[in-house]
Design a protein around this ligand. Structure first.
Ligand code: BDR
Ligand code: CA
Length: 326
Protein backbone atom coordinates (compact mmCIF):
# COMPACT_ATOMS: atom_id res chain seq x y z
CA UNK A 1 0.00 0.00 0.00
CA UNK A 2 1.34 3.44 -0.87
CA UNK A 3 1.62 6.06 1.89
CA UNK A 4 -0.25 9.37 1.38
CA UNK A 5 2.00 12.44 1.19
CA UNK A 6 1.22 16.17 1.24
CA UNK A 7 4.08 18.24 -0.23
CA UNK A 8 4.52 21.90 0.72
CA UNK A 9 6.97 23.76 -1.52
CA UNK A 10 8.17 27.07 -2.98
CA UNK A 11 8.81 25.59 -6.39
CA UNK A 12 12.29 26.57 -7.36
CA UNK A 13 14.88 24.36 -9.04
CA UNK A 14 15.57 21.91 -6.22
CA UNK A 15 11.87 21.75 -5.30
CA UNK A 16 11.33 20.62 -8.91
CA UNK A 17 13.86 17.83 -8.40
CA UNK A 18 12.05 16.81 -5.21
CA UNK A 19 8.72 16.80 -7.04
CA UNK A 20 10.06 14.64 -9.87
CA UNK A 21 11.62 12.28 -7.32
CA UNK A 22 8.33 11.94 -5.44
CA UNK A 23 6.42 11.27 -8.66
CA UNK A 24 8.96 8.53 -9.37
CA UNK A 25 8.65 6.93 -5.92
CA UNK A 26 6.38 3.88 -5.72
CA UNK A 27 6.36 3.91 -1.90
CA UNK A 28 4.19 7.01 -1.69
CA UNK A 29 1.29 8.75 -3.36
CA UNK A 30 1.23 12.53 -3.63
CA UNK A 31 -2.30 13.41 -2.51
CA UNK A 32 -1.88 17.18 -2.49
CA UNK A 33 0.62 19.98 -2.96
CA UNK A 34 0.60 23.41 -1.32
CA UNK A 35 2.57 26.40 -2.55
CA UNK A 36 4.22 28.93 -0.27
CA UNK A 37 6.32 32.09 -0.68
CA UNK A 38 10.07 31.55 -0.73
CA UNK A 39 12.17 31.15 -3.86
CA UNK A 40 9.37 32.93 -5.76
CA UNK A 41 5.90 34.21 -4.86
CA UNK A 42 3.39 31.57 -3.82
CA UNK A 43 1.43 32.08 -7.07
CA UNK A 44 4.53 31.71 -9.27
CA UNK A 45 5.62 28.60 -7.39
CA UNK A 46 2.19 27.07 -7.90
CA UNK A 47 2.35 27.85 -11.63
CA UNK A 48 5.69 26.04 -11.76
CA UNK A 49 4.23 23.08 -9.89
CA UNK A 50 1.19 22.88 -12.17
CA UNK A 51 3.30 22.98 -15.31
CA UNK A 52 5.72 20.35 -14.03
CA UNK A 53 2.78 18.12 -13.10
CA UNK A 54 1.34 18.59 -16.58
CA UNK A 55 4.63 17.40 -18.09
CA UNK A 56 4.22 14.24 -16.04
CA UNK A 57 0.50 14.04 -16.85
CA UNK A 58 -0.30 14.20 -13.15
CA UNK A 59 -2.77 17.08 -13.14
CA UNK A 60 -4.98 14.80 -11.04
CA UNK A 61 -2.95 15.90 -7.97
CA UNK A 62 -4.65 18.90 -6.29
CA UNK A 63 -2.45 21.98 -5.99
CA UNK A 64 -3.35 24.86 -3.66
CA UNK A 65 -1.92 28.35 -3.35
CA UNK A 66 -0.81 29.10 0.18
CA UNK A 67 0.65 32.02 2.08
CA UNK A 68 2.45 34.68 0.08
CA UNK A 69 3.77 36.40 3.22
CA UNK A 70 5.42 35.04 6.33
CA UNK A 71 3.53 35.22 9.66
CA UNK A 72 5.49 38.38 10.46
CA UNK A 73 6.48 40.81 7.68
CA UNK A 74 6.16 40.48 3.93
CA UNK A 75 7.46 38.38 1.03
CA UNK A 76 10.93 39.74 0.31
CA UNK A 77 11.08 39.05 -3.44
CA UNK A 78 12.49 35.53 -3.58
CA UNK A 79 15.87 34.33 -4.84
CA UNK A 80 16.09 35.09 -8.58
CA UNK A 81 19.90 34.97 -8.40
CA UNK A 82 19.67 31.32 -7.27
CA UNK A 83 16.58 29.94 -9.03
CA UNK A 84 16.02 32.40 -11.90
CA UNK A 85 13.28 35.03 -12.18
CA UNK A 86 10.58 32.37 -12.66
CA UNK A 87 12.02 29.99 -10.05
CA UNK A 88 12.79 27.20 -12.51
CA UNK A 89 16.01 28.52 -13.97
CA UNK A 90 14.15 30.66 -16.52
CA UNK A 91 13.18 27.64 -18.64
CA UNK A 92 9.78 27.88 -20.26
CA UNK A 93 7.20 25.18 -19.82
CA UNK A 94 4.03 25.67 -21.80
CA UNK A 95 0.98 26.79 -19.86
CA UNK A 96 -1.54 24.03 -19.48
CA UNK A 97 -4.78 25.67 -18.48
CA UNK A 98 -4.77 23.65 -15.25
CA UNK A 99 -5.30 25.88 -12.23
CA UNK A 100 -5.04 25.62 -8.47
CA UNK A 101 -7.99 24.38 -6.40
CA UNK A 102 -10.22 26.82 -4.49
CA UNK A 103 -8.99 25.87 -1.01
CA UNK A 104 -5.84 27.51 0.29
CA UNK A 105 -2.87 25.28 1.14
CA UNK A 106 -3.54 25.17 4.89
CA UNK A 107 -7.17 24.12 4.24
CA UNK A 108 -6.01 21.45 1.81
CA UNK A 109 -3.57 20.11 4.39
CA UNK A 110 -6.23 20.05 7.10
CA UNK A 111 -8.69 18.26 4.82
CA UNK A 112 -6.13 15.66 3.72
CA UNK A 113 -5.17 15.03 7.35
CA UNK A 114 -8.83 14.26 8.13
CA UNK A 115 -9.23 12.09 5.02
CA UNK A 116 -6.05 10.12 5.79
CA UNK A 117 -6.43 10.22 9.59
CA UNK A 118 -3.17 9.15 11.24
CA UNK A 119 -1.52 8.20 7.96
CA UNK A 120 -0.77 11.48 6.19
CA UNK A 121 2.91 12.33 5.85
CA UNK A 122 4.02 15.92 5.29
CA UNK A 123 7.12 16.90 3.36
CA UNK A 124 7.88 20.61 3.62
CA UNK A 125 10.67 22.03 1.46
CA UNK A 126 9.89 25.75 1.66
CA UNK A 127 9.19 28.23 4.45
CA UNK A 128 6.81 26.71 7.00
CA UNK A 129 4.03 29.32 6.90
CA UNK A 130 1.33 27.00 5.50
CA UNK A 131 2.03 24.38 8.14
CA UNK A 132 1.95 27.00 10.91
CA UNK A 133 -1.36 28.39 9.62
CA UNK A 134 -2.83 24.88 9.58
CA UNK A 135 -1.65 24.35 13.18
CA UNK A 136 -3.19 27.68 14.16
CA UNK A 137 -6.54 26.79 12.53
CA UNK A 138 -6.63 23.30 14.03
CA UNK A 139 -4.37 22.58 17.01
CA UNK A 140 -5.48 18.91 16.78
CA UNK A 141 -3.64 18.53 13.46
CA UNK A 142 -0.49 16.87 14.89
CA UNK A 143 -2.55 13.92 16.14
CA UNK A 144 -3.74 13.20 12.59
CA UNK A 145 -0.32 13.25 10.93
CA UNK A 146 2.10 10.31 10.81
CA UNK A 147 5.30 12.29 10.23
CA UNK A 148 6.68 15.63 9.09
CA UNK A 149 9.93 15.96 7.16
CA UNK A 150 11.35 19.45 6.75
CA UNK A 151 14.23 20.66 4.60
CA UNK A 152 15.59 23.44 6.71
CA UNK A 153 18.01 24.75 9.23
CA UNK A 154 21.71 24.52 9.90
CA UNK A 155 22.69 22.50 12.98
CA UNK A 156 26.51 22.50 13.12
CA UNK A 157 27.34 24.42 9.93
CA UNK A 158 26.88 28.07 8.90
CA UNK A 159 23.62 29.27 7.38
CA UNK A 160 23.18 30.06 3.70
CA UNK A 161 21.22 33.30 3.94
CA UNK A 162 22.71 34.76 7.14
CA UNK A 163 25.77 33.57 9.02
CA UNK A 164 23.55 31.25 11.07
CA UNK A 165 20.20 30.90 9.26
CA UNK A 166 19.12 28.67 6.39
CA UNK A 167 16.68 30.18 3.84
CA UNK A 168 13.51 28.17 4.52
CA UNK A 169 13.68 28.85 8.24
CA UNK A 170 14.88 32.45 7.86
CA UNK A 171 11.96 33.31 5.58
CA UNK A 172 9.52 32.58 8.41
CA UNK A 173 11.18 31.90 11.76
CA UNK A 174 7.92 32.23 13.73
CA UNK A 175 6.27 29.57 11.56
CA UNK A 176 9.30 27.29 11.88
CA UNK A 177 9.25 27.63 15.66
CA UNK A 178 5.56 26.63 15.69
CA UNK A 179 6.29 23.57 13.53
CA UNK A 180 9.32 22.27 15.45
CA UNK A 181 7.62 22.69 18.82
CA UNK A 182 4.26 21.10 17.85
CA UNK A 183 3.57 17.59 19.12
CA UNK A 184 4.29 15.65 15.94
CA UNK A 185 7.42 13.76 14.94
CA UNK A 186 9.62 16.02 12.81
CA UNK A 187 12.65 14.98 10.81
CA UNK A 188 14.77 18.03 10.12
CA UNK A 189 17.07 17.76 7.09
CA UNK A 190 19.45 20.71 7.47
CA UNK A 191 22.29 22.16 5.41
CA UNK A 192 24.71 19.90 7.31
CA UNK A 193 23.65 17.05 5.10
CA UNK A 194 21.99 18.69 2.05
CA UNK A 195 25.21 20.53 1.14
CA UNK A 196 27.11 17.25 1.44
CA UNK A 197 24.93 15.73 -1.31
CA UNK A 198 25.74 17.08 -4.75
CA UNK A 199 24.63 16.56 -8.35
CA UNK A 200 27.31 16.91 -11.04
CA UNK A 201 27.29 18.08 -14.64
CA UNK A 202 27.44 14.56 -16.11
CA UNK A 203 24.22 13.67 -14.27
CA UNK A 204 22.58 16.93 -15.32
CA UNK A 205 23.34 16.08 -18.95
CA UNK A 206 21.81 12.63 -18.48
CA UNK A 207 18.67 14.31 -17.15
CA UNK A 208 18.56 16.58 -20.20
CA UNK A 209 18.50 13.44 -22.37
CA UNK A 210 16.02 11.51 -20.20
CA UNK A 211 12.87 9.93 -21.59
CA UNK A 212 10.40 11.71 -19.31
CA UNK A 213 9.68 15.39 -20.08
CA UNK A 214 9.69 16.29 -16.37
CA UNK A 215 13.19 14.84 -15.95
CA UNK A 216 14.38 16.79 -19.01
CA UNK A 217 12.82 19.99 -17.62
CA UNK A 218 14.66 19.46 -14.33
CA UNK A 219 17.93 18.98 -16.22
CA UNK A 220 17.34 22.20 -18.17
CA UNK A 221 16.38 24.17 -15.03
CA UNK A 222 19.53 22.98 -13.26
CA UNK A 223 21.71 24.79 -15.80
CA UNK A 224 21.03 28.15 -14.10
CA UNK A 225 21.24 26.66 -10.59
CA UNK A 226 24.64 25.09 -11.32
CA UNK A 227 26.06 28.54 -12.12
CA UNK A 228 25.03 29.79 -8.68
CA UNK A 229 26.84 26.93 -6.95
CA UNK A 230 30.21 27.57 -8.61
CA UNK A 231 31.02 30.02 -5.80
CA UNK A 232 30.22 27.34 -3.17
CA UNK A 233 31.88 24.26 -4.70
CA UNK A 234 34.35 25.71 -7.23
CA UNK A 235 32.70 23.84 -10.11
CA UNK A 236 29.30 23.59 -11.84
CA UNK A 237 27.14 21.33 -9.71
CA UNK A 238 24.40 21.77 -7.15
CA UNK A 239 23.45 20.91 -3.61
CA UNK A 240 20.50 18.54 -3.27
CA UNK A 241 18.50 20.26 -0.53
CA UNK A 242 14.86 19.46 -1.25
CA UNK A 243 15.31 16.08 -2.96
CA UNK A 244 17.30 14.85 0.03
CA UNK A 245 14.44 15.70 2.39
CA UNK A 246 12.05 13.95 -0.03
CA UNK A 247 14.25 10.84 -0.25
CA UNK A 248 14.65 10.61 3.53
CA UNK A 249 10.89 11.01 3.99
CA UNK A 250 10.15 8.29 1.43
CA UNK A 251 12.80 5.94 2.86
CA UNK A 252 14.92 5.87 -0.30
CA UNK A 253 17.78 7.40 1.71
CA UNK A 254 18.51 6.41 5.28
CA UNK A 255 19.82 8.75 7.95
CA UNK A 256 23.09 7.50 9.48
CA UNK A 257 23.43 10.07 12.27
CA UNK A 258 20.10 11.58 13.28
CA UNK A 259 19.64 12.13 17.01
CA UNK A 260 16.30 13.33 18.39
CA UNK A 261 17.16 16.48 20.32
CA UNK A 262 15.48 19.67 21.55
CA UNK A 263 15.29 22.24 18.73
CA UNK A 264 14.20 25.86 18.94
CA UNK A 265 14.17 28.54 16.26
CA UNK A 266 15.55 31.97 17.10
CA UNK A 267 12.68 34.45 16.61
CA UNK A 268 14.49 37.46 18.05
CA UNK A 269 15.40 40.42 15.87
CA UNK A 270 19.14 40.10 16.40
CA UNK A 271 21.80 38.43 14.26
CA UNK A 272 20.61 34.99 15.35
CA UNK A 273 17.14 35.39 13.81
CA UNK A 274 16.15 32.21 11.95
CA UNK A 275 18.85 30.04 13.48
CA UNK A 276 17.84 26.47 14.34
CA UNK A 277 19.27 26.02 17.81
CA UNK A 278 19.74 22.24 18.09
CA UNK A 279 20.85 20.97 21.48
CA UNK A 280 23.58 18.61 20.33
CA UNK A 281 25.49 18.57 23.59
CA UNK A 282 26.64 15.16 24.78
CA UNK A 283 26.82 13.59 21.31
CA UNK A 284 30.61 13.23 21.00
CA UNK A 285 30.67 9.46 21.58
CA UNK A 286 27.78 8.81 19.17
CA UNK A 287 24.18 9.84 18.57
CA UNK A 288 22.01 9.94 21.70
CA UNK A 289 18.25 10.54 21.56
CA UNK A 290 17.17 13.01 24.24
CA UNK A 291 14.12 12.00 26.24
CA UNK A 292 10.93 13.69 25.05
CA UNK A 293 12.58 15.26 21.98
CA UNK A 294 10.29 15.18 18.94
CA UNK A 295 12.71 16.56 16.34
CA UNK A 296 15.24 14.24 14.73
CA UNK A 297 18.11 16.19 13.16
CA UNK A 298 19.74 14.45 10.20
CA UNK A 299 23.47 15.14 10.37
CA UNK A 300 24.64 12.40 7.99
CA UNK A 301 23.07 9.95 5.56
CA UNK A 302 23.95 6.40 4.49
CA UNK A 303 25.42 6.75 1.01
CA UNK A 304 24.95 9.52 -1.51
CA UNK A 305 21.65 10.74 -2.89
CA UNK A 306 22.72 11.49 -6.48
CA UNK A 307 22.92 7.88 -7.80
CA UNK A 308 19.66 6.91 -6.11
CA UNK A 309 17.82 10.00 -7.36
CA UNK A 310 19.20 9.60 -10.87
CA UNK A 311 18.02 5.99 -11.01
CA UNK A 312 14.48 7.06 -10.15
CA UNK A 313 14.36 10.10 -12.44
CA UNK A 314 15.77 8.19 -15.39
CA UNK A 315 13.27 5.38 -14.83
CA UNK A 316 10.34 7.79 -15.29
CA UNK A 317 8.56 6.99 -18.54
CA UNK A 318 7.25 9.54 -21.02
CA UNK A 319 3.49 9.94 -20.86
CA UNK A 320 1.66 9.26 -24.13
CA UNK A 321 1.17 12.87 -25.16
CA UNK A 322 4.48 14.71 -25.08
CA UNK A 323 4.27 18.14 -23.43
CA UNK A 324 6.25 21.06 -24.66
CA UNK A 325 9.57 21.90 -22.95
CA UNK A 326 11.67 24.75 -24.34
C1 BDR B 1 16.28 25.82 0.61
O1 BDR B 1 16.00 27.17 0.19
C2 BDR B 1 15.51 27.18 -1.14
O2 BDR B 1 16.24 28.09 -1.90
C3 BDR B 1 15.65 25.78 -1.68
O3 BDR B 1 14.57 25.46 -2.52
C4 BDR B 1 15.68 24.92 -0.45
O4 BDR B 1 14.39 24.54 -0.06
C5 BDR B 1 17.76 25.67 0.82
O5 BDR B 1 18.22 26.55 1.79
CA1 CA C 1 12.49 24.84 -1.57
Amino acid sequence: MTRPVYLDCDTGVDDSMALAYLLASPEIELVGIGGVHGNVSAAQGVQNTLRLLALAERTDIPVAVGANDPLVGEFAGGAPHVHGANGIGNIEIAETGAGPIDEDAAELLLRLAREHEGALEIIAVGPLTNLALALERDPELPGRVAQVTVMGGAALVPGNITPVAEANIAHDPEAAQAVVTASWPVTLVPLDTTLANVLDEADRERLCAAEAPIARAVGAALDYYFDFYVAEYGRRCSALHDPLAAAIAVGGMLPRTAPAVPVEVDVTDGPGRGQTVCDLRGQRLGPVDREGATVRVVLETEGALAPHMMERLLALRAPDAEANVA
